[in-house]
Design a protein around this ligand. Structure first.
Ligand code: ADE
Length: 289
């Protein structure tokens, strides 16, 4: 067995990672596709709902897939206990010995779909709470020196109306991030730091997450994803070189508008850090109560 497999086995043996018997899960329902395989909803015998993220059965890239799987596990183990992070519960193995991640099930799906379905019933206080939820989750990541690198509205899940940051497949601990430059441009273009769009050498950092956060703060006020009518290929020029941003929604309070515009400033130095964003949203929400 390779290093990754040994690591997983050891963690289970040490009871650092909870192991679930696969036979405990019932009522499988496919709900999506993740970075390394399909995602299922399932239930335990005591009717607890979980999300199962399966490792794709693959041939020659298998090793890398397992590497990514373990990388995500390592990040999840650090930050999983926060209210605004999709909790990692443990792992299981199917009958063909494929590893599967067991996650807290979010019953309202992802933020993009949630906004599409519920936008007209959301009040400003709900939206500001959503902004607070995401920022609070990101605060936890950044305080642990983890950068997410792929924040967008499909990677934010909604559980009983509460937002959870999910999908840490591209996330990295900062010490590691400088050693690997392969996936700078991976992610959804409209949420990617323009500095990374302009130059493949620009490494994602905390301020790149802040750019994505700015786009998400806008999206909460608009109810739909950014630049939805623009082709992905065009967006690189549009945003990276043309420095275009989405138009503000008319009813947006001035302080909130100013906040997300600072987050998506072309100059990373001018973007606030996550603690500043958090404090400002708290201030804004206080003002409007
Ligand atoms: N899709 C991906 N992960 C999920 C989760 N934890 N809950 C619900 N849907 C998901």
């Amino acid at each position: 067995a390779n290093i990754e497999e040994e690591w997983i086995k050891q963690k289970i043996e040490d009871e650092d990672i909870l192991y679930f018997e696969y036979g405990k899960f019932i009522e499988f329902e496919k709900i999506g596709k993740g970075g390394f395989g399909d995602v299922y909803k399932a239930e335990t015998i005591d009717e607890k709902k979980v999300a199962l993220k399966c490792l794709r059965k693959s041939s020659k890239i298998e090793e890398n897939v397992l590497k990514d799987f373990v990388k995500e596990l390592k990040v999840l183990r650090i930050i999983s206990y926060h209210d605004n992070i999709n909790s990692f519960l443990g792992i299981t193995k199917d009958y063909e010995e494929n590893y599967i991640m067991v996650l807290e099930y979010a019953n309202n799906g992802n933020l993009r779909d949630y906004l599409r379905k519920n936008f007209c019933s959301l009040q400003w206080k709900d939206k500001i709470q959503m902004a607070l939820d995401i920022t609070c989750g990101l605060k936890c990541l950044h305080s642990n020196d983890i950068i997410h690198r792929d924040l967008h509205s499909k990677n934010i899940l909604v559980n009983n109306g509460k937002l959870l940051i999910a999908d840490f497949g591209l996330s990295k601990q900062i010490a590691e991030a400088t050693s690997n430059s392969t996936s700078n441009r991976m992610g959804m273009t409209a949420y990617i730091d323009p500095q990374c769009l302009k130059s493949v050498n620009h490494k994602k950092n905390k301020k790149s997450d802040i750019y994505s956060l700015g786009v998400l703060l806008w999206e909460i006020t608009s109810g739909h994803p950014p630049f939805r009518y623009v082709e992905q290929n065009m967006l690189v020029y549009y945003i990276g070189h043309g420095n275009q941003r989405e138009k503000p929604i008319d009813s947006t309070p001035a302080k909130y508008l100013q906040l997300y515009q600072e987050c998506w400033d072309d100059d990373p130095e001018k973007r606030p850090d996550v603690d500043q964003v958090y404090d400002e949203i708290v201030r804004i929400s206080g003002q409007l109560n």
